[in-house]
Each structure stands twice: as C-alpha cells, then as structure tokens.
Design a protein around this ligand. Sequence first.
Ligand code: 8YV
Length: 327
Amino acid sequence: PVQKPLVVVTRRLPDPIETRMMELFRARLNLDDTPMSQAQLIEAVKEAEVLVPTVTDRINSAVLSQAGPQLRLIASFGTGVDHIDLKTARQRGITVTNTPGVLTEDTADMTMALILSVSRRLTEGERLVRSGGWGGWSPTAMLGHRIWGKRLGIVGMGRIGSAVARRAKGFGLSVHYHNRRRVHEDVEAELEATYWESLDQMLARVDIISVNCPHTPATYHLLSARRLKLLQHHAIVVNTSRGEVIDENALTRLLAAGEVAGAGLDVFEHEPAVNPKLLKLDNVVLLPHLGSATIEGRMAMGEKVIINIKTFADGHTPPDRVLEAMF
Ligand code: 8YV
C-alpha cells in the first residue's frame, strides 16, 4: 500500500476538507481555483499518485496517456464520471472512484425547484419586480401552470430519479419513468411510478420531463431533435444531469418556436458556454450547475473523496469504486 500518497487536487475544496487532506496525505492544492488546462493536467498526472479532479477537468486519453506509472487512483469529487475516460484508466490499471449518494437529495431538490420555477414563472416574475416594471397585481398577469395533477416523466430512475419521484408524489404529480431496466416492483410500488419501456411513448404523454440519467455514450443526445418533437406543446423539460443528454440546439429551436413550452436547465452541453439563443428566451430558467451546491453536500463529497483515498492507500478496494460496466 502507498503511504501518505501525493494527492493532487485540481480545484479548491471546502476548507475543512483541504485541511484534513493536508494532514492525511501529501496534498498539493490548486489555490487559485482556476480550472486546470490540459497541459496542467498532464503535468499533474506525471507526478500525482492520486488525482482528485472535478467535472471541469477532462481526464481523457490524451491526459491519461501521459500519466506516470505512480498514478494509481483518480478519486473524483462528484458523482458523474463522464469527464473521465474509464476505459483508458482501466487499461492503465488506474482505479477510479466517485462520490455517489451524498448529493442525491440536493439534486432532487434542485429538480423540483426548476420544475416549479418554470411552471410558475418564478425567475420571469423576479426579473419583472427587479426591473421596476411591475405595475401591480392583475387577475390575468403572468399566469403559469399548476403542477398538481400533472404527469412527470423521469428519464433515469436511479438514486436521484427516485428522490425526485418521492418529492413529486408530495406535489401531487403522477410519476412515470423510463430506465434501461425496470426497477424492482417493490420500489415501483413505493414510488407509485409507471414504467415506460419506450421513451418515445412516455415523451408523448407527459407534461414535464426530468432528465436524471448519467451521460454515457448510450445517453448522448438521448433527447434528440426527433424525440423532443414528440413532446406535447405545453410540456416543459428540466435537466439537472448533464447537458449532453439533450440536443441543446434542437431544444432551443423548439422553445423559440413554442413547440416546447419551457425548460429549466442547470447543466449545458458546452458548459460554461450557454447557447446565446437560450439567453433571449423568457420561458427558460438557467442555472450555473448548482445541483449539488450546498455546504452540507460539498462537505460530504469531500469526506467521501478522503475515505476513498484512505481506503485505497491502506490497500483495500475503495467504497465508491467506479467500473465501466456500471454504465
Ligand atoms: C458537481 C455533479 O457540481 O457530482 C456531479 O456529477 O455534477 C456535481 O455534483 C460536480 O460534478 C463536481 O465535480
């Protein structure tokens, strides 16, 4: 087992996490918190025994092919691992871990916040008040749609999708879902969720779509132009997963044409770039990837990273090991 491994952390993490990392490991922190360039990542993997990247680091084959043999573990700070080339990591014998579970509830909260914001025109109304343009209450002004009694279609019924389903029940939504595999009947019964084997059929029948699946080669543009056109014109789309799961240009066109009624997006296809045409639309709520951005969540993510590194350094399989076969 590696003792006190050299751990390179690519971004600033919560202070107590960094302090603990300095105590436990030889931790090298990126104090200015700017995302590392590919050249900096390559420098990092030449020396690091453990790399702690985040979603803003592309740990692709170009980076991994430059890694020295001392790089044994990539302990990612986050749950999604689409920024890491898992196949190349496996071929080079590098273990990969993530931080699942601890950001489930926060991300599900953000999903509900977006559903409500879009349906009830929250940010539009806020902009009106702040602009000084609010002329006073009117019986017909800024009417949104109620969500109670509507049909929610969840794409990806994993941890986060299930947490969204639990909340949705409380808001009086009926829950529908599409997943690679149907979930266990007991879980389905608890969530009162209706399974759709055909995503196309589900899209045509729901009022709200929530994307909660990971981004993998199989889910890239899962919500393609063709599929988005299956939505009813009053439908709204919410995404707290990864921008790449939706064809953002197609969604933007349909929103502008009124063929999709609204969208709540916490993630984008080319983050932090946002399609400029989206910025002009009133029927969208746009957030800067805040799904897991709570103090509690980020602390728990950091603690998970530490446990994964410690367990690995002690010669055991880390609890949150990621295998290609999981996706
Ligand atoms: C973080 C996330 O914002 O965990 C994920 O997959 O998208 C978020 O929790 C980020 O990815 C941390 O690297």
